[in-house]
Write a protein that binds this ligand. Structure first.
Ligand code: SF4
Ligand code: SF4
Ligand code: SF4
Length: 327
């Protein structure tokens, strides 16, 4: 079995949501999918999308024990409201422009990136960074393990995890089981749906929409067994790309270059030594490989800043767009 994977460089993410729009307009803007964001970009620290997904359970804990989590409510994802622009501006109805959902005025209290740029820390040591998330096309998918109808499949040729529409009956065991909450229930068709890693695009020679449209050039894709691919080099060779919440036990195939940060200030306002983003926070997100990855990144950046050469930093700068994708 081969495995297609993605590396996302958090040091270059602008939070521009171009990736979100690329996926949304292509796959989820209609037919019961309006609330879904197969690609979302959330501010960290923050509640994420759906709200508090990290605490909703699922995955494999204590080694092999698969656990069921909770199915988030529509409010946890955020109701997909529209503004009543047509009524107020074009139909002479008067009144104010307000959010509407299901024909009624809505008062949304949450949604994707609701807590944008709030972050954490206390001034002058406040901090935040962006975390783009898609389905991890896990090597050990909890969604697949939980489905009693065997309606979730992992393709042999590329490891992409898909819902088989002929078999799915909308039981939502997969939604409970995925610890990343990256499989969604579509009430319009009573089936589960999820990121398809843009397999129809790949099969016609085009990279994933969220990756190729990325303004910051932060997403590298390729096969894990292709030693020439950026993914192999960043994950296996340089070991600077890390899985998200590896403790969930699903063996994700989306990896992250962890975010560096400027040093914080001490009580006198002087520059102090420790990075602004607490290492323990990043360790919780990216696991035990964090410290070595950070050391390598800092050392290579310093080498390059001093006028030396660094293949790693050149790769992360991504001078040539097409070199980021091998599939
Ligand atoms: Fe399944 Fe969730 Fe892993 Fe995607 S991230 S393969 S939905 S367990
Ligand atoms: Fe959406 Fe394709 Fe990106 Fe998956 S790989 S999040 S389907 S754009
Ligand atoms: Fe970040 Fe790229 Fe998405 Fe912009 S398009 S939010 S830079 S991942």
């Amino acid at each position: 079995m081969r495995q297609l994977a993605m590396v996302i460089d958090l040091n270059k993410c602008l939070g521009c949501q171009t990736c979100t729009a690329a996926c949304k307009t292509q796959w989820t803007n209609r037919n019961g999918r309006e609330y879904m964001y197969w690609n979302n970009v959330e501010t960290r620290p923050g509640r994420g999308y759906p709200a508090d997904w990290e605490r909703r359970g699922g995955g494999f804990r204590d080694g092999n024990v698969r656990t069921d989590g909770a199915v988030p409510s529509l409010e946890d994802y955020g109701v997909p409201w529209e503004y009543n622009l047509k009524d107020v501006l074009f139909r002479g109805g008067g009144g104010h422009v307000t959010p509407h959902y299901n024909g009624k005025e809505a008062r949304p209290a949450g949604g994707p990136n609701w807590d944008e740029d709030e972050g954490g820390g206390i001034f002058p040591n406040a901090y935040y960074f962006y975390l783009p998330r898609i389905c991890n096309h896990c090597s050990r998918p909890a969604c697949l393990a939980a489905c009693p109808r065997k309606a979730i499949v992992k393709r042999e040729e590329d490891g992409i995890v898909l819902v088989d529409r002929k078999k799915c009956r909308g039981y939502r065991y997969c939604v409970r089981a995925c610890p990343y909450k990256k499989v969604y229930f579509n009430p319009a068709v009573n089936q589960s749906e999820k990121c398809i890693f843009c397999f129809p695009r790949l099969e016609s020679g085009r990279p994933q929409a969220c990756a190729v449209q990325c303004v910051g050039r932060i997403r590298h894709t390729g096969y894990m067994d292709d030693r020439e691919s950026r993914v192999y080099r960043l994950v296996r060779q340089w070991k600077v790309a890390l899985p998200l919440r590896p403790d969930f036990g699903t063996q994700p195939n989306v990896f992250y270059i962890p975010p560096l940060s400027p040093p914080g200030f001490d009580e006198e306002g002087r520059v102090a030594g420790a990075p602004r983003i607490p290492a323990e926070y990043l360790r919780r997100l990216f696991g035990p490989g964090l410290d070595d990855a950070m050391k390598t990144l800092v050392a290579e950046m310093q080498k390059r800043a001093a006028g030396g050469k660094s293949g790693l930093i050149d790769m992360l700068i991504a001078y040539v767009h097409k070199d980021m994708f091998s599939y």
